[in-house]
Design a protein around this ligand. Structure first.
Ligand SMILES: Nc1ncnc2c1ncn2[C@@H]1O[C@H](COP(=O)(O)OP(=O)(O)OP(=O)(O)O)[C@@H](O)[C@H]1O
Ligand SMILES: [Mg+2]
Length: 591
């Protein structure tokens, strides 16, 4: 319940609509409560001189007017409450999304996409229903319940006591069912998230699934999850389904008791027939608040469980944020230094980087080479503060990276990440992602440097060709080159290529590197790779092995020394010669 309070706080800013809605609701309830009174007077007038044709007409007209106003005002409160609940839904959705974007890469690595998707859809709906419908039911039930009870007490306190006999049972029922419902709703929401997650994973991994003919396996797993969801939904339906009939039964028992004692009381002249009929009508009316309480419990349990799940994400600390005294990063005038950096991920025991010290000189290109898993991407992520390095280890121009404003830091870096993600948009917009107002020439230039221009000319709509999920599927190399163009377009002070040429053939790579030579001038560049060819022209090359820098120097210096670099060089040289030999062979037709 406490978690739901947070959702209700969103109502505050929509108070004018809320007041109109509540006003209309209370008006409907009030005039509705007049009907039994009119009927009471009508019955009591029967057989008396008051019962004239004018009296009959007046009563009928009054009931007609009441019905009409109920119709109009009921429409009004429904309209306003639906409006309010969708506004709250919109506000929570916005806050959820904003916060989700602030959460660090580390958080997203721990959470499943499907689970977050379920939160943004199913759970939000449950919260909206609790806030919108829940509020109506609550106000309605409290008002109707109290006024009906007062009216009934006014007619006869004795009869009211008899009619109230089943009340404690209803309360016990509501509380017990509520507890069970809460547990079952949580299970249902979790089962729903599991199903969403599985669908999402299947769609994302469809190529692998089909390639490994794992469709049946996935279908079987899905059936299992689907069955769980079905069972969870049925369990909720059974618990909830029991509620209505039992309340009805208890109300019917109350009516039975009432008819017995009420009949007797009326016979003995305690109350008039009209009063008895009115009492009977109020009793039927008061059944609704009891039912509404059941519904309310249902909605609140569901909404509470969902809001709790949403709150877990909305309260997650965006662990990477500006320090209170953070400063803007100006354009880089000095080196990037890493001093005695040790780093381990939260969920791992072993450190990934050990006592790493290196300087990336301003305006120079540094190649970073190392085997897979040696910590290259981790090192780059720390420079960008996608993960936070320990204090006093990473410095830009002598300023600790943790003292810099994250946004200004990231804005001065052009990063080509290892996985070149493309958005479902045109290729031009993908390139201009970091600067949406970039003029066409710049986009074109970026595509030229990254050797993508010829591919783009071959696409049906050139730069306007849609790529990603809604458009053509680009090859791995085309994706990497699009990602390179995206970073180049920013013309950043610092350019980082994280293994960004791995899917590109050697000739194209050489052409890109050649073009980059101009672009790199005056920029601090880091080029991460497994290939010697990619880094050999760098001003300095560092070799990363198991999170440590084991060698550094220029290409010529490193090939002379024993170590991983020279090993890799010899092996890759041999491989190239072999490939060259094979292709020459094929061309001369010896084979
Ligand atoms: N988010 C993470 N949580 C836990 N461990 C991680 C995480 N990311 C990477 N690692 C681990 O850190 C080590 C270094 O990974 P990293 O991605 O930095 O290697 P890399 O040198 O970039 O490799 P590659 O050349 O394959 O890209 C690996 O052992 C990896 O399993
Ligand atoms: Mg990597």
């Amino acid at each position: 319940m406490r978690s739901l309070w947070r959702a209700f706080r969103y109502l505050k800013r929509h108070w004018p609509l809320l007041v109109i809605g509540l006003g209309a609701l209370l008006l409907v309830d009030s005039v509705q409560l007049l009907i039994p009174k009119l009927v009471q007077w009508y019955f009591d007038a029967l057989g008396t001189p008051r019962f004239t044709s004018w009296y009959i007409l007046r009563t009928s007209l009054a009931i007609f007017a009441i019905s009409l106003s109920i119709g109009v005002f009921r429409f009004l409160w429904r309209l306003t409450f639906v409006g309010v609940s969708f506004r709250v839904d919109r506000d929570i959705r916005r806050d959820f999304f904003d916060h989700l974007q602030k959460l660090s890469v580390g958080f997203h690595a721990r959470r499943k996409i499907g689970e977050l998707m379920a939160l943004a859809t199913n759970d939000l709906n449950a919260v909206r229903m609790a806030v919108g419908m829940g509020l109506i039911l609550m106000v309605d039930a409290i008002f109707m319940g109290i006024v009906c009870a007062v009216m009934m007490l006014h007619i006869s306190w004795k009869l009211t006591l008899f009619a109230a006999l089943p009340c404690p049972f209803i309360t016990i029922l509501v509380l017990t069912v509520g507890r069970v419902l809460h547990r079952r709703f949580k299970e249902q929401q979790k089962a729903y998230a599991d199903v969403t997650e599985h669908v999402q994973e299947t769609i994302s991994g469809i190529r692998v699934i089909q390639g490994y003919t794992q469709e049946e396996n996935f279908a079987e797993q899905y059936s299992g999850l689907n069955r769980n969801l079905f069972r969870a939904a049925i369990r909720v339906a059974i618990t909830w389904g029991m509620f209505g009939p039992v309340v009805h039964c208890l109300v019917s028992i109350a009516i039975g008791i009432l008819l017995y004692f009420g009949g007797k009381a009326a016979i003995f002249g305690d109350i008039s027939t009209g009063m008895f009929v009115a009492f009977f009508m109020y009793l039927q009316m008061i059944a609704w608040p009891f039912m509404a309480v059941g519904w309310l419990v249902n909605l609140f349990q569901r909404g509470g469980a969902s809001m709790l799940r949403l709150s877990e994400v909305m309260d997650a600390d965006p662990d990477i944020k500006d320090a209170p005294d953070a400063i803007e990063m100006e354009s880089l005038t000095g080196p990037i230094e890493i001093r005695n950096l040790d780093f381990k991920y939260d969920d791992t025991e072993e450190p990934v980087l050990h006592d790493l010290s290196v300087t990336f000189e301003k305006g120079k290109t540094t190649g970073i080479i190392g085997r897979t898993g040696s910590g290259k991407t981790t090192l780059i992520d720390l420079l960008l503060r996608l993960h936070d390095p320990p204090e006093g280890t990473v410095f830009f121009d002598g300023t600790d990276v943790r003292k810099l404003k994250v946004e200004s830091l990231r804005r001065s870096i052009g990063i080509v990440p290892q996985d070149s993600f493309l958005f479902s948009d045109s290729i031009a917009q993908n390139i201009a992602f970091g600067r949406t107002d970039a003029p066409e020439e710049l986009i074109q230039h970026a595509a030229e440097v990254s050797q993508l221009i010829d591919d783009i000319r071959g696409f049906p709509q050139g730069f306007d060709t849609l790529v990603g999920e809604r458009g053509v599927t680009l090859s791995g190399g085309q994706r990497q080159r699009t990602a390179i163009a995206r970073a180049l377009l920013l013309d950043p002070n610092i350019l980082i290529l994280d293994d960004s040429l791995s899917a590109i053939d050697v000739e194209t790579e050489e052409a890109i590197l050649d073009k980059l030579r101009d672009v790199r001038k005056g920029k601090t560049c880091l080029i991460v790779s497994h290939r010697i060819l990619t880094v050999k022209d760098a001003d300095n090359i560092v070799v990363l092995e198991c999170g440590k820098i084991t060698q550094s120097g220029t290409h010529d210096e490193l090939v002379e020394k024993e170590g991983l670099y020279a090993d890799l060089y010899r092996r890759q040289q041999l491989q190239r010669e072999l490939e060259q030999f094979e292709s020459d062979d094929a061309k001369s037709g010896v084979k």
